[in-house]
Design a protein. Structure first.
Length: 250
């Protein structure tokens, strides 16, 4: 009897008197949303991401049409996220055999000193943004399984020398922290049936002045017919609107 009463009360909460399902508002209708509010809207997972602007659309189309793509622009424009989303899509569709993500192990203006643990533990803080993006697309459990069987590999730039990357989707993140020589080495790793995407913001390099080679490399590759170079601007930023405003004055 108690269980029947509980079910009846739950049914009353979910349906109106005429049997129409009640609509639960996740966000007050007509109210202005701000990411600084405590009650944020839930963002559901979607398998295929949609571009938020023309440059994001151009990046997605360029990845489909070219084997080598460079995406340059301010932070928060979705460069890395879109590249990883396309990599996951290609892996799930069986168009590639593995995903390889790489970024330079460069500290952002401070010295972390000695890091405990084995090599994987030492590199984890530098590669954390890539894990976060993959977790959002795949889920932590599936990501762990794909890393375990080698379908997804996350490695620092220093470990790319001498490799030939066939049947793979390669994302080079934070390319502005690579020197000209490092980028030349990375670009020549591209093998058959592979796609490589380089992302970065030349204005936010953590290297000494004049050492970053990303802008120079992208400028030269723009002259190559089969290479796509996409330039993002402040208007493409999809983070808080203050990010674009701050970049205009900083």
């Amino acid at each position: 009897m108690a269980k029947r009463n509980a079910r009846a009360k739950a049914r009353d909460r979910e349906f109106d008197a005429d049997g129409t399902p009640k609509v639960h508002q996740l966000f007050p209708q007509g109210a202005a949303w701000s990411p600084l509010e405590k009650d944020q809207r839930d963002r559901g997972y979607v398998r295929n991401v949609r571009p938020c602007g023309d440059n994001q659309r151009m990046l997605l189309e360029a990845i489909d049409r070219h084997n080598l793509v460079c995406a340059l622009g301010p932070a928060g424009t979705g460069k890395t996220y879109l590249a990883i989303a396309k990599a996951v899509e290609a892996l799930e569709d069986g168009r590639i055999g593995r995903i390889l993500l790489s970024r330079p192990a460069v500290e952002a203006g401070e010295n972390l000193g000695f890091l405990p643990g084995d090599l994987e533990d030492k590199l984890a803080p530098y590669l954390r943004p890539l894990y976060d993006a993959l977790s959002e697309r795949l889920g932590a459990k599936r990501l762990k399984a794909l890393i375990g069987d080698g379908s997804i590999e996350i490695a620092p730039v220093a470990y790319m020398r001498g490799r030939t990357l066939n049947n793979a989707f390669i994302v080079i993140d934070e390319a502005q922290n690579c020197t000209y020589g490092q980028l030349k080495m990375l670009l020549t790793r591209l093998g058959w049936h592979s796609t490589m995407v380089l992302t970065g913001d030349p204005d936010q390099t953590d290297l000494l002045p004049g050492m970053s080679g990303f802008a120079d490399v992208a400028g030269k590759l723009a002259k190559v017919e089969d290479v796509a170079v996409i330039q993002f601007t402040q208007t493409d930023i999809v983070r808080h609107p203050l990010v674009a405003s701050m970049l205009d004055v900083l």
